[in-house]
Every structure is written in C-alpha cells, then in structure tokens.
Design a protein around this ligand. Sequence first.
Ligand code: AMP
Ligand code: MG
Length: 407
Amino acid sequence: MISVEQAKQHIKASSLVLKDQKLPLSDALGHVLAESIYASFDQPRFNNSAMDGFAVKHESLRSASPESPVRLTVAGEIAAGDSASHHLRDGYCIPIMTGGRMPEGADAVIRVEDTSGFNHNGEVMFFAAVKPGANIRLKGEELRKDDVVIEKGTLITPSEIGVLATFGRAEVNVAKPPGIAIISTGSELSEPGESLKPGEIYNSNLSVLSSLAACVGGTLEFTAAVRDIARDLKATLNQAFSCADIVITTGGISEGKYDLVESILQDLGVQKCFAKVAQKPGLPLYFGTKPNQLVFGLPGNPVSAFITFLIYVAPAIHQALRLKPEPKLQATLAKPFKRDKKKHRFLFGHIYEQDGKLMAKPSEKLGSHMLSSALGKNAILESPAGNEPLEAGSAITATPLPWLKPF
Ligand code: AMP
Ligand code: MG
C-alpha cells in the first residue's frame, strides 16, 4: 500500500505525450494553448480617438469656457475605419469618431458634448479647454509588438478568444485532448432505461465518469459496460487500448472472487505501478501503463470512483494537456470533519464565503456507496489520517470541482 502523495507522484512521472492540433478560433474554447501567443503588432495599432468628438490642438482651446466659447473651422471628418490621412492646421478642428485614426498635428480630442455638435456650417463652438493627450489611445499603450500576451498551457476562455481575435488569429495550436475509454465492470449492472431484476442495480459510474471526462478536458472515445466474465472483459479492454490514450475501468479491482481486472490487465501487458492506496474512499486503486497509454482501475463504489477520478485521473488529463495546475484552497470547517485513523480521507463538501472567510461543510453521508452525497457539493475536502475528528474552526484543504473547466 502506498500513500496518496506517492500515488500522485507515480502518475505524474508517467505522463502521456500527445500531439498538438490546429483548430479554427471558433472551435478553440475550452482547449489548452499549445503555443505562446505573441503580439503581432502594437496594440492599439495606431493613435486613435477614445471619444466621439473633435481632434484639436489643445492650445487653440486654452481660453474656451461656457461663457466665452472658442470657434474653430471644420476641416474634413474622420470616422472609425477611414484610411485617408489627415493633417490638422492651426485654427482648425476635425470631427473624429471613437476608434478613428488621429490626424497629424492634433494633440487632443475634445468630446462632442463640450461643443456645439456635429451639425455645423463649417464652424464649431467649443465650451471647454482640453488637456494635451486627452481622449487619445496611444499606439502600443496596451501591448507592444512581440510581447508574450498569453502563455502556452493556458486554458482558452472567452478572454483568450478575444485577444486571439484582436491579433487576427483565425487558427490556434492547442493540445490534443487525450482520448478516454471508460469500462464499467460488474454482472449486477443494468443500464438506465432497462428494468432491474432482483439483485441488480443501475450503472451510475459509466454516466458519472463519462461526464467527468468531458468536464476535465478529455475526449470520450469508447465506453462499455461488461459483466464479470474474463473473456468479455479482455475483449473489451483490447478494444479500449486500440483507441484510447487513457483507459479507465470501474469495479472488479479488489479482493472479490469475481474481481478480474488486475489479472486481465497483466495478461494484456500492462505494467502495474500500484494497486492500493492508503485512502478512504478508494483503497483499491490500480494504476498501470502501456507505452504512451495510462490505465486506471478505479473502485466500483460510486463515490470512490467519482473521487478517485477527480484526484488522480483529472490531473493526469490536465498534465497531458499541459494545463497549468490550479492551486488548492484552504478553508475553515463549519462542521467537524471525521478523519480516518490510518487513511487519508476525502469527502465531498460545500465551500462558501462567510464574513470574508472561505468556509467548508463536509458531506454528512460518509458511505462510499452513497452517491447522493455529491449533490449540491462544489469541492472535495481532504485530511491526512488522524485519531480525532477535525473540529469546526480548523483548517481544511479544499479542491474546487471542475464543472466548468476545461469545457
Ligand atoms: P466492486 O469494486 O466491483 O466490488 O464494486 C463495489 C460496489 O460498487 C458494489 O456494491 C457494486 O455493486 C458497486 N458498483 C460497481 N460498479 C458500479 C457501477 N458502475 N455503478 C454503480 N455501482 C457500482
Ligand atoms: Mg464488481
């Protein structure tokens, strides 16, 4: 039996090497950047107006006030997108719209609200003075050409999509999501929609893990439910290995007479790394490798399968995507957390803010067969082994659940 930390280290050391792929920008949301993005030009690209107003030389409006307005002659007009270049002469002003390119010779924009307006007969009255540089967005003030704007390994959210579009990127290199195969094992399992015979239960793991795989950035390549029959399991695993980078089974991995997964994985040439971790839930947890493939044998109990997926499989998927890991949070327990005397303990929990403090309430249902303990929860809480429960008010480590990312 190994510790949680050792198990994590083993998985970290067995990383997958996956190809990158080029995607159109419109499909890139939720993927992870496989290239750093550099500014391909100064941003803004040219000095432009931040307001609808008039481009002026600030000197010409030095004495302007509501009581003694200054009059200037209008010369031309600049709308956003106009490509003609303009030159402003002394005594003149040029109407300019937000985003319009600043004319040569102007050093400020005065907003239209401080003037007699755009309806003019060749002359405009100005009711206020303006500071040099006012209302001008300067070339390169936001980003300089060749600056690193987004680092490799960043999750592409609407913010990244926006900045990629700003620099005209129609395509982007992203990490190819690892292909996932999920196989549930158990002769007692029936699929939702079927009727249950005595002794049967519905297969929840397949649905939970399939949706989790999508939540954490994998591509579901293969799913199957198999009875505890060696021949069937072997054939199904072979199919999984032929199409997936990460093969995940649930059930059949502990000491039962019909727990066949480990021996069949061995027959199929999987290199076993470990099969037991000092944790609750999820003591029977198998991890092995084939060349550039990872194999996780998760326990059958629904809470164990769910939590071990989040604690071990999700980070392996993120590592394959080269996604930067998110830090865990420290919260304050609002209710006691029942530790295990010998094993690292994980529980679903609810984290929330109260009076500026991050609080955590562990699930009250402790059984690893009680899947409803996940309802309404937004984190996994965890504590190393210990004789006494952690009392309310103690610190607890929380990992937020990744429902929305990568998406
Ligand atoms: P096992 O690890 O195969 O011994 O299964 C442990 C417990 O989890 C048993 O009570 C199983 O019936 C239950 N179980 C196994 N697989 C599933 C599944 N896919 N969905 C729901 N419960 C399961
Ligand atoms: Mg079983």
